[in-house]
Every structure is written in structure tokens, then in C-alpha cells.
Design a protein around this ligand. Structure first.
Ligand code: F6R
Length: 369
């Protein structure tokens, strides 16, 4: 069932354009209006939401962190993202106007199940974003929005992550539509952008030979840092998690703006640092700030491994290696920039002779608290 791929993970990475396309499919009516009927939450309730709390663990929580930037921008609703295992134990402020979004590939993560139960006891409405039909989390939630990534077998999550971001974006646009935060044509523009992403993800996948070569040259790395800002920050966290899980290498993700507040002390000669560079377009582009971070770490001897949008020549001067991804709007970029990081972790683990589908000490779904 690996379809000719060396591992389930390789197959699932290759499946990502389809995971996004299938998650988008069938969500609009003939007039282009978003229809998320399966959510089963009354429109009046959705209109009165005054806070969103995303609860999830691991990679799913990073999908929530990416979505926060989009949903706050589109809907003007405050969004918190909380690890499910922390949520319940801090006496969170939850009311009938709180919408809790539980994101889970398996739908069986016990920490997330317990957080869903707690939220519902407090009167919140809960929507599950889940990849597994009929699993516990959607069954115990008020409504569900399924990701259509198809079964994910490899322990490390890849295609589910892209599908989770896609589904969260659909939910954000749906809320904006219901609440009148955006005009219909703006919403259809955003949907159009989303529909163009599978083709761009496929383009990224077509260029991963260079990442494979890079990873194989780094099989003896003992520590890798990942820096990003805005939506690139959760991508950095995800890149670090993939490398820890698969290649057993110490890895940390940081918000690039935090560098001078401490982590820059880690930089020494030969330290590999991945930098996820923001798009140049957009009103408040952080591009120049991240380019100067690249310069700062390079000046201290770091190996600068840069992920940037096509046509970005500014990064070349300070980059040891640049992986270019197609241009796209800022909020869509995580669907592209995470892919080289997934491939890097998988290939580095492969170079070390490790089993990428079954990393040590991990289970596909964590059904104990
Ligand atoms: C990372 C990974 C885990 C899961 C987390 C949540 O590659 O797979 O961090 O994302 O355990 O699992 P689900 O989404 O099934 O609730």
C-alpha cells in the first residue's frame, strides 16, 4: 500500500496536494457560498461567538497556531491556541459564547478528549476538526468538520497537518461569511487562493531532490535550530518537532524576533539554522526583519538554510542554501514552507538508517493521558 514509495511517510508527503484538494472539495454551493452543514451548530450560535479556543496536541496544535493568524485577521474574533493537556488544568475562562475547536488527526488523543469534555461541561460549543470518521472526538463534539487527508499511517504527521490548516481556514472563512466580516467576493478570493495551493505544493514536491541531498550531507548534525515569524513561527516549531521525532536530533523552533532575547547565545560556528522567510508582499511584511536575522546568525558562523519565496534575491547573500517555494499570499505560505522541513527530517532519518514510519518511543495515537 506504499504505492511504490520507500515508506508510508514518503507516500503521505507526496499525497499532500490531494489532502488539501480533497479537504476543500464540496464545501460550497453553486453560488460559491461556503456550506459547512456537517457542523451542526446553529448559525445564531456561531454568530454570537466572542472567543475561539483551539485545543490540540503536537502537530495539530501547530496547525491551530497557524490558523490563529488567519482567523483573527478575517473574523476579528480573539483566538487562543492551547495544548489540550494544559487547558483543563488552568481553570480556563469558557462561556456559552466560546467556540472550542478541537483539532485531531486520530480523534482518539486522550488529552484532547478530556479537554473537549471539560469545555462542554462549561457550556462551550465544540467543533472537531478531525481526519477519522466516527472517532471519539467528533462523536463527543457538537459538530465536526472533517479533513479528507485519507488514512495517515506513518507515526509522524504530515498530510494531516496541511489538511488541518485547510479545514481551520474554511472554518474561519465560514465564520467571516456568517458574521459579515468579509464581503462575498473577498471570501471567494480567499477560497480561490486555497484552491491554487495543491498545484503549488506539487511544485514544491518536485524540487525536493536538493533537500534530500542537503539532509544526507547533515547526517551527523547534533542540533538544528528553526526560526520563523508570524505564520512562519509555528512552521519552525513543526520543523523542529519533525526532526526530533524522526531523526532523534535535538531541535528547537523559535520566533525569530526572540533571537536577540536569548537564543542567539546558542549560535556558534557551524550551527545549522533553518530560517523560514516571510513573503515580501502584504502590508506588514516582516521580510526585512528576518533577512537581518539571517545576517546576524551568519555573522556568528551559523550554517544558514533558508526557505524563501521564488524571486527573493535578498536572502542569497547570507544564505548557505536557499530552498525556493512558489509565491503565494502570506497566510497560505505555511502549506508550502513546511514541506521542505518534513522532507529534510525524513531524509536525515533515512540517512541515519532509521525507520521513518515507526520512530522509537512513539505511538500513532496517544490514548492515555
Ligand atoms: C507529530 C505527531 C503528534 C500528533 C499529536 C496529536 O508528528 O504526530 O504530535 O500530532 O499526538 O495527534 P492527533 O492529531 O491524532 O490528536
Amino acid at each position: 500500500e506504499k504505492g511504490g514509495f520507500a515508506s508510508f511517510m514518503a507516500k503521505e508527503i507526496a499525497d499532500q496536494p490531494a489532502a488539501v484538494a480533497d479537504t476543500l472539495r464540496g464545501r460550497t454551493d453553486q453560488t460559491g457560498r461556503l456550506m459547512l452543514d456537517e457542523m451542526h451548530i446553529e448559525e445564531s450560535v456561531m454568530r454570537s461567538v466572542d472567543k475561539i479556543i483551539v485545543i490540540a496536541c503536537g502537530t495539530a496544535s501547530y496547525a491551530g497556531q497557524v490558523a490563529r493568524y488567519a482567523v483573527e485577521h478575517w473574523c476579528r474574533i480573539p483566538v487562543e491556541v492551547e495544548l489540550a493537556h494544559e487547558f483543563r488544568y488552568r481553570d480556563p475562562v469558557v462561556t456559552e459564547k466560546t467556540l472550542v475547536v478541537a483539532v485531531s488527526q486520530s480523534g482518539e488523543t486522550m488529552d484532547t478528549i478530556m479537554a473537549v469534555r471539560h469545555a462542554r461541561e462549561q457550556g462551550a460549543k465544540v467543533v472537531a476538526i478531525c481526519n477519522t470518521y466516527g472517532s471519539t472526538i467528533p462523536r463527543e463534539s457538537d459538530g465536526a468538520l472533517y479533513t479528507h487527508a485519507g488514512p495517515e499511517i506513518a507515526v509522524a504527521s504530515t498530510k494531516a497537518f496541511l489538511a488541518q490548516i485547510t479545514a481551520c481556514y474554511l472554518l474561519g472563512l465560514y465564520l467571516a461569511q456568517l458574521r459579515g466580516n468579509m464581503f462575498a467576493d473577498e471570501i471567494s478570493d480567499k477560497l480561490g487562493e486555497l484552491h491554487r495551493m495543491p498545484g503549488k505544493i506539487a511544485e514544491v514536491l518536485g524540487r525536493m531532490g536538493e533537500v534530500e541531498t542537503l539532509a544526507h550531507s547533515m547526517a551527523d548534525a547534533t542540533s538544528v535550530l528553526f526560526l520563523g515569524r508570524h505564520v512562519g513561527f509555528p512552521v519552525a516549531l513543526e520543523g523542529a518537532l519533525k526532526l526530533k521525532e524522526l531523526a532523534y536530533i535535538h531541535a528547537e523552533g523559535f520566533a525569530a524576533g526572540e533571537l536577540k532575547h536569548g537564543p542567539i547565545a546558542l549560535i556558534e560556528d557551524g550551527q545549522p539554522v533553518f530560517m523560514i522567510v516571510p513573503t515580501k508582499s502584504g502590508r506588514h511584511s516582516l521580510h526585512a526583519k528576518v533577512v537581518s536575522n539571517i545576517q546576524e546568525v551568519r555573522a556568528r558562523g551559523a550554517r544558514t538554510l533558508v526557505i524563501a519565496e521564488e524571486g527573493d534575491e535578498d536572502v542569497r547573500k547570507y544564505a548557505e542554501h536557499v530552498v525556493y517555494v512558489p509565491r503565494c499570499p502570506t497566510l497560505m505560505a505555511p502549506l508550502l514552507t513546511v514541506v521542505p522541513l518534513q522532507v529534510f527530517a525524513m531524509e536525515l532519518a533515512t540517512a541515519k538508517g532509521l525507520d521513518v514510519d515507526q520512530p522509537r518511543n512513539l505511538a500513532k495515537s496517544v490514548t492515555v493521558e
